[in-house]
Design a protein around this ligand. Structure first.
Ligand SMILES: [Mg+2]
Length: 229
């Protein structure tokens, strides 16, 4: 944390979780498969699913359909999934990504509003944040429970942030921070600014093809970059 905190106009920051704030090292996917097998006796159901940038409701519904499972059994599956994720989570395996705590502390010192915009279900998102003590920085967010469409999840996150801050933000002061092309696309669809960070499954070179407003190797560079905006 620099001694002199440099800020600019009030901002609303919308943060993705996996690959952006933390690396879960596949525990999310393994928990999905384990829960599916416990509920329906089908192993490795999520083995070939790419979760990068995906919205969980979409992933779960596709898997139910592919395996001929009735949708009415979703609540049962979700309950077992949350239980499995909690039981399998290990902070020695999952890690907080570089610069995350300093970037959140900086943002909070600037009086900025922080919300989550994730493809995770609310309950798994909140569990992941709690595991690293990050929940205190956020005033709410948009989750997979809100919609199976990422741009709408981000739109919900923006609305929650404005409500919590009791103000509206100009679109040039709303920043969507994520590690995949889908985070960038969700920001563009909401006419917001985008920060792409190469700490997930995409390299900086790959992310540059999607023209984010700011491209970072890690969030360690975020305060210095956003302070200028
Ligand atoms: Mg992500």
């Amino acid at each position: 944390m620099p001694t002199k905190v440099i800020c600019n106009r009030p901002k609303l920051l919308v943060w993705d979780i996996d690959g952006t704030l933390l690396a879960n090292k596949g525990v999310g996917k393994r928990s999905m498969s384990e829960a599916f097998e416990r509920c329906f006796g089908i192993a490795n159901a999520f083995e070939t699913v790419d979760l990068a940038g995906a919205v969980d409701t979409d992933v779960f519904e596709a898997c139910f359909e592919a395996n001929g499972i009735d949708r009415t059994r979703m609540p049962t599956f979700l309950g077992v999934f949350y239980e499995t994720l909690e039981a399998r989570w290990d902070n020695r395996e999952a890690t907080l990504l570089p610069g995350v705590v300093d970037a959140l502390a900086w943002s909070s010192e600037c009086g900025y509003t922080n919300v989550i915009g994730t493809g995770n279900m609310r309950q798994s998102a909140q569990m992941k944040l709690r595991k690293f003590g990050l929940e205190r920085w956020f005033v709410g967010g948009g989750y997979a429970d809100d919609c199976a469409h990422r741009p709408t999840v981000v739109k919900t996150a923006i609305e929650k942030g404005a409500l919590a801050a009791k103000r509206t933000f100009q679109t040039e002061d709303i920043w969507i921070i994520g590690d995949t092309p889908w985070d960038i696309a969700a920001g563009v669809q909401n006419r917001c600014k985008t920060v792409a960070v190469a700490t997930g499954g995409f390299s900086a070179e790959q992310l540059s093809n999607y023209s984010p407003d700011v491209l970072l190797e890690t969030l360690e560079q975020l305060p210095a970059m956003l302070a200028k905006m």
